[in-house]
Design a protein around this ligand. Structure first.
Ligand code: ATP
Ligand code: MG
Length: 778
């Protein structure tokens, strides 16, 4: 065995080593709590498979996010060498099944060029599916369609659009549970069955699949086509899966067939299952036990990541869940560390101020060497809670990185991608429409009028968007357009022609992307600045947006070219040079479209010296020395969904929410802060998360907000105001309980004190004073 391998395996503890080195022909299940080295053991398992003579190109490792896939490739590469790591297939379920579907597209009634429909395209397909059904009905009844005589008119279109939301949801659910149109009909839902059937038919006629289809089509390929099954057995001689608890039942079916040879290792922790909204189903562990009866189960119980205090606090929390299938004792030899700080804050800005203070304190303590910004993370339930931190960090020039910044969802980036997509064969209307939106230099309303008109012509003539646009702008159709509109429309068409020439000249992808990015008009960039602002992140730290957008894209091009993916897809020689042949461009667009779904920011961009801002869901599997969990309030964790205005609460949901906090807490190595706020921006009182009470007293230090009395003695100018508040607040809030206004009062005073220090702010409508006066007058 290469020396590096044995060194790595020696660094594991006995149980981890036993797992990694277990007989590779025996199905293996590793179950363990957070930070116990599951992922580390999985790396060891891959080394063992290599050592046993399985070629790296025959090993398939599945992870749940592209970030986790990159991480795993890096970790294996560090031991086995980059060349070997590159040979491995480390993939997410979606990109793996996409490749399989492409390879056998004709068996699915598609060509290998098939399109993947995103949300917008799915919506248009649903609208069409509903329209078809309505037309069919009206024909049968000899009545006018309920949509009106002319189903092309604007109001009927609007009606269709409204309906489409409901039907999209229906189709997604039906597909997730593997229902066919016929099954829907059998279950009495004839309308649902008909719409699903129409929708599938439209996708087929457009040579498209949607994301839901990928896994089910892969299962179909493996079960209905013995030759595909045989090929998969020859190709993937061993399979390892990290974060198994997040597999959906359909993904499990897929795995089970792929692993018919029994060389499968699954690694997971049911307590960290937090993706049930995506169909994750922890009953997969039981299915595994049943379907692979000669399996071996190994449990790891030593936490290497966190201090004892954090480990114990997290364990106490999760013990409140009743439905746990594998009870785990998590122990640690680490020092007990400091208590978990639970901090009460008046509002989100006070919360942010506290975090910033703590961060600067850590940095100025001289401990910055031990705890660089890269070792700090701020975790929140919803992306929106990160906004205030982005602003504060930007102001103070503290470097930060937003995970899930949705780079590929930025309109500017989408426009660039759409421009590239128009060069692919079988490009449908979506990208063309987007390109017109980006390139037409009109105000929003005018732009919309022009695009709606093209849409209308394409619907009436039953032709594509781009064909309608060409006819309109080349004046084959006498439209109502002004001369300037015709001129600008023509310009867009010639830009599209230029892009297509670029691609045909077989330049490198980088060169094509650079040219295309430079075609995005300055006006559009400025228009979209507000959108970029909302997402925040590094992008705005740089003064020239398009250059940083381009740099991000080019980074991803080089990462894409360094993976095995390209060689699989096309002409190896062209691929190696990264030349812009259509296949490579198409493969690149697929590569990044998966990142879009993942909200992925490549780890390479994660500057070691930056603070990480991320949602808890995205923080999975990662770790930092210092973690701040912010806005740990009721209504965030647990986040309760409202149905007809009533928050719906059920045991399963609450348990999943508890697991979410568990995942968040167990990301911390040394120091954990949990913060909650007392009031939201609409002056509504908020409660701390119910879960905070489940952390034992001896493991936490609760830091309350300053009391009214303290505030009075600290800030002499406050008392006058208190008199006013104490009279007016209860009236305003119409509250019967006495203790709530007190809380409210505390917050008001804090806010008023802030306002008084900045009278300008108080008077410009942002502050409390104005609000107070208004309330007072009424
Ligand atoms: P999670 O459930 O959060 O995904 P995990 O079980 O996958 O956690 P790892 O990420 O593999 O845990 O490991 C957690 C930390 O513990 C890492 O920093 C890793 O380097 C360290 N670690 C794992 N095993 C050992 C070991 N045997 N000796 C020392 N450190 C270890
Ligand atoms: Mg892990």
């Amino acid at each position: 065995m290469p020396e590096e391998y044995s060194k790595y395996l020696q660094s594991l503890n006995d149980r981890q080593r036993e797992a990694a080195c277990n007989d590779i022909s025996v199905p293996l299940m590793i179950v363990a709590g957070p930070g116990s080295g599951k992922t580390s053991t999985m790396v060891g398992r891959v080394l063992m498979l290599l050592k046993e003579g399985i070629s790296p190109s025959n090993i398939l490792a599945m992870t749940f996010t592209t970030a986790a896939a990159s991480e795993m490739r890096d970790r294996i590469g560090a031991v086995a060498g980059k060349a070997t790591a590159k040979e491995l297939t480390i993939s997410t379920f979606h990109s793996f099944s996409l490749q399989l579907c492409r390879l056998h597209a004709e068996k699915l009634g598609r060509t290998s060029e098939f399109l993947i429909y995103g949300h917008g395209q799915q919506r248009r397909a649903i609208i069409e599916a509903v329209r078809l059904l309505e037309n069919e009905k009206s024909r049968q009844n000899h009545n006018a369609s309920i949509l009106g005589e002319d189903s092309n008119d604007i109001t009927s279109l609007q009606l269709l659009k409204d309906k489409s939301k409901k039907w999209l949801k229906f189709v997604a659910q039906a597909k997730a549970s593997g229902k066919t149109p016929e099954e829907c009909c059998k279950m009495g839902d004839e309308m649902g069955g008909a719409i699903l059937g129409n929708y599938n038919g439209i996708l087929k006629s457009c040579n498209a699949l949607d994301y839901h289809d990928l896994i089910s089509c892969s299962v179909k390929l493996l079960t209905d086509f013995p030759e595909v099954f045989k090929e998969s057995q020859d190709s993937w001689k061993a399979i390892v899966i990290d974060e198994f608890q997040d597999t959906s039942s359909m993904q499990y079916d897929f795995l089970q067939i792929l692993a018919s040879h029994n060389r499968i290792t699954i690694v997971g922790d049911d307590d960290q299952s937090i993706f049930s909204f995506n169909g994750a189903d922890i009953s997969g562990f039981d299915s595994f036990r049943k379907d692979f009866p000669n399996y071996k189960e190994i449990r790891l119980n030593k936490n290497y990541r966190s201090t004892r205090c954090i480990v114990e606090a997290a364990s106490s929390l999760i013990q409140n869940n009743i439905k746990r299938c594998q009870l785990k004792d998590v122990l640690t030899d680490n020092s007990s560390g400091s208590k978990i700080i639970i901090k009460e804050c008046h509002n989100e800005s006070a919360q942010c101020a506290f975090v910033v203070d703590k961060i600067l304190e850590t940095a100025s303590n001289g401990s910055a060497a031990n705890c660089s910004y890269g070792n700090i993370a701020i975790l929140y339930r919803r992306q929106v809670s990160g906004k205030v931190f982005q602003m504060a960090f930007r102001e103070r020039k503290i470097p930060f990185n937003v995970h899930g910044v949705a780079f590929y969802r930025k309109k500017v980036v989408k426009a660039i991608i759409a421009m590239l997509q128009t060069t692919l064969p079988a490009c449908d209307d979506g990208p063309y429409r987007r390109v017109f939106k980006a390139l037409l230099p009109f105000e929003k309303e005018e732009k919309k009028r022009v695009i709606d008109y093209i849409d209308k012509i394409s619907t009436i003539r039953k032709c594509s968007f781009i064909l309608a646009a060409s006819d309109i702008f080349s004046a084959k159709i006498s439209g109502t357009f002004k001369r300037s509109q015709l001129t600008q429309g023509r310009k867009v068409l010639s830009t599209l022609e230029m892009i297509s020439k670029l691609v045909n000249r077989e330049q490198s992808i980088s060169a094509i992307i650079t040219s295309v990015a430079n075609m995005v008009p300055q006006k559009y960039l400025l228009e979209q600045r507000a959108v970029i602002d909302v997402d925040g992140g590094k992008l705005l730290n740089e003064d020239n947006d398009i250059r940083s957008v381009l740099q991000y894209l080019l980074d991803d091009v080089s990462e894409f070219l360094s993976t095995k993916f390209v060689a699989v897809k096309g002409d190896a020689k062209v691929a190696a040079e990264g030349k812009g042949c259509l296949n490579v461009l198409k493969a690149f667009i697929e590569f990044i479209s998966e990142r879009e779904r993942d909200n992925f920011r490549s780890r390479r961009h994660d500057n070691e010296k930056s603070i990480t801002l991320t949602t808890i869901h995205q923080s999975k599997g990662l770790e930092w020395d210092v973690v701040f969990i912010v806005k740990a309030n009721e209504s965030e964790i647990p986040l309760l969904h409202e149905f007809n205005g009533v928050a719906k609460e059920n045991g399963n949901l609450i348990e999943e929410e508890r697991r979410l906090l568990y995942v968040a807490m167990t990301r911390a190595r040394k120091k954990l802060f949990i913060l909650y706020v007392m009031m939201d921006s609409n002056w509504q009182m908020l409660q701390p998360s119910r879960f905070l009470k489940e952390i034992p007293d001896h493991l936490r230090e609760v830091q309350a907000e300053v009391s009214v009395q303290e505030l009075q003695t600290k800030q002499q100018h406050i008392p006058n105001r208190i008199a006013q508040f104490s009279v007016d607040v209860p009236r305003e809030m119409e509250l019967s309980e006495v203790d709530v206004p007190n809380d409210f009062l505390k917050t008001c005073i804090h806010k008023a004190s802030e306002d008084l220090t900045d009278p300008l702010e108080a008077s410009n409508g942002n502050g409390f004073l104005r609000r107070f006066n208004v309330e007072n007058r009424s």
